[in-house]
Design a protein around this ligand. Structure first.
Ligand code: NAD
Length: 281
């Protein structure tokens, strides 16, 4: 039976350590705060934003959510970002995605000051990751790497296979694993014979968005399987991995819920704290 990579336990430990850093910042009078801009009324986004607010509260970080109507214009959105760019109380800014379709996501993300871009989606931060420079790393991939390391999964020289090539999960986690000296394969919807790749993986990352997509026969015995997926099936949240069967084959496995999602929020908090610490240096 696989060892559980328990996001709840790891996140609780990390949050306790972050609390100490927040207290130290506050003692120095440094502004540590997260501003979240939410445009429209996407129900999943509402839940994510609420959870981010709760995490800030737990750490005693200032948390401000700017709710803007669906009809918000690009200029209005960018003006709001500019205000937070100038706001000394705020160390991190996050524009909740997806934006309504009439808005230009790339332009909005590019408007955030890179040092306040705690989602790590700004082109400058993505570029730094890809060129091996220090920058803000996107929260989900950062959380996945943290989880693997905290659970003692060996990385250097191992085969890592990532299913999914999105800018927010697949590509950045592939880059982080490459930086850890894994041999990395990125698979996607056009990959021929996916299982032939996944069966070679010592580390398998599933970021597909399809319920129970990764089955036991696709997994190498003893592999570390990280499930990034968040899928709603009959009112229940399930991952991209057929947990019940894969846990019998894998060496390590992360659950959904209570896995990567927990780590993501935790890393958002860490990025916000780090942004405040950098400002104070
Ligand atoms: P996305 O839709 O942008 O990308 C999905 C990827 O899966 C694509 O690159 C596509 O090529 C690949 N894919 C689709 N069908 C495939 C197939 N049959 N074979 C191989 N590859 C296939 O999604 P995303 O934003 O990267 O998110 C992926 C999942 O992770 C979603 O369920 C999302 O909700 C979840 N997610 C979770 C967190 C978290 O904090 N836990 C954060 C971000 C995303």
């Amino acid at each position: 039976m696989a060892i559980l990579m328990d996001g709840k336990i790891l996140a609780a430990e990390k949050m306790a350590a972050l609390k100490t850093r927040v207290d130290a910042l506050k003692e120095k009078g440094a502004g540590v705060g997260l501003a979240v801009i939410l445009v429209g009324d996407d129900p999943a986004s509402q839940v994510y934003v609420r959870n981010k607010g709760k995490a800030c509260e737990e750490l005693g970080i200032l948390s401000e959510t700017l709710r803007m109507p669906r009809e918000t214009t690009q200029d209005e959105l960018e003006a709001a970002i500019d205000r937070y760019n100038r706001d000394e109380r705020v160390s991190g800014i996050l524009v909740q995605l997806p934006l309504p379709r009439h808005l230009d996501e790339k332009r909005a993300l590019a408007r955030i000051l890179p040092q306040k871009d705690v989602d790590g989606f700004h082109i400058a931060n993505a570029g730094k990751l890809f060129t091996g420079q220090e920058g803000v790393v996107a929260c989900t991939p950062k959380g996945i790497l943290y989880m693997l390391k905290a659970c003692g999964v060996p990385l250097s020289g191992r085969e890592a296979v990532v299913i999914g090539r999105s800018n927010i999960v697949g590509k950045p986690i592939a880059m982080l694993l490459l930086n850890e000296n894994c041999t990395v394969t990125i698979c996607h919807s056009r990959t021929a014979d996916l299982a032939a790749h996944t069966r070679r993986a010592d580390i398998l990352i599933a970021a597909v968005g399809k319920p129970r997509f990764v089955t036991a026969d696709m997994v190498k015995p003893g592999a570390a399987v990280v499930d990034v997926g968040i899928n709603r099936v009959d009112g229940k949240v399930v991952g991209d991995v057929d947990f019940e069967n894969v846990e019998k084959v894998a060496g390590y496995i992360s659950p959904v819920p209570g896995g990567v999602g927990k780590m993501t929020i935790c890393m958002l908090m860490e990025n916000t704290v780090e942004a405040a610490e950098r400002k104070g240096q």
